[in-house]
Structures are given as structure tokens and as C-alpha cells.
Design a protein. Structure first.
Length: 125
């Protein structure tokens, strides 16, 4: 089976073709072509074996100059856990002031990734 990916690891955006053998449970990569750098091969290998994603979203802030503060994960999580992590993030309600870099959820769902603030929100005057 052939699969085509567009690499997102650098600005070149290589179209990479992967030849696979096996099914969903047990896949073997036979060949990788089209990548112009080693990052492309690593990217498609990760996508096939265990796809990972990062999340950037926002949480509610009470009493702040803004109603929301942006957050992100400190490292990617398995793609199939995105909705579970988003459920946890949606439970967060902060009270202003909050500071950029502050950990909102430590080790979310035991996935070794923290949810951190990427924007400060001052208290409303």
C-alpha cells in the first residue's frame, strides 16, 4: 500500500511517499521517498507508528481584562488522546491575574505534558 504525506517539519513541505506492508495493527515501512532531508523520513515514520499532536486553545478567566487566556501543551501527545485532553482543559476556570508560562494542568492525564499559559491576563480595574 502507498500513502502520501506532506511534510510539516520545515518550510519545504515535501510530498513524501511511503510504501507500507501490513494492516492497522502491524505495519512495516518498506520504503520512504520524496523527502529532501532526514526530518521528513522521521516525520512520516512517527505518523505511521504513533501519530502525535500538540494542542493550542484557550481557558476562561474570571475578573480579567480579557475573558480568555491562551494555553498550549509543553510537548505533543498521542493523536487519539486529543479529545480526552480537551475535556480536561475545558474544566479549567482561572481567576485573574494570570501569568504567561504558568502551569495550568501538570502532567495532564499522565501523558507527561503540561498545559501552560501563553498569555498573561491582568486583573480588571
Amino acid at each position: 500500500m502507498l500513502r502520501t504525506f506532506t511534510c510539516i517539519m520545515c518550510p519545504q513541505g515535501c510530498d513524501i511517499t511511503v510504501e507500507l506492508e501490513g494492516n492497522q495493527g502491524k505495519r512495516e515501512i518498506l520504503s520512504v521517498s520524496g523527502n529532501k532531508c532526514p526530518k521528513g523520513k522521521a516525520y512520516v515514520t512517527q505518523e505511521i507508528i504513533a501519530p502525535m499532536r500538540n494542542i493550542a486553545t484557550s481557558v476562561l478567566v474570571t475578573g480579567g481584562e480579557l475573558p480568555l487566556a491562551s494555553v498550549r501543551l509543553t510537548k505533543p501527545i498521542p493523536k487519539d488522546r486529543i479529545f480526552d485532553v480537551m475535556t480536561e482543559i475545558r474544566k479549567v476556570h482561572l481567576t485573574a491575574p494570570v501569568e504567561e508560562g504558568e502551569v495550568v494542568i501538570s502532567n495532564v492525564l499522565g501523558l507527561e505534558s503540561d498545559v501552560i499559559l501563553t498569555r498573561s491576563v491582568d486583573k480588571k480595574d
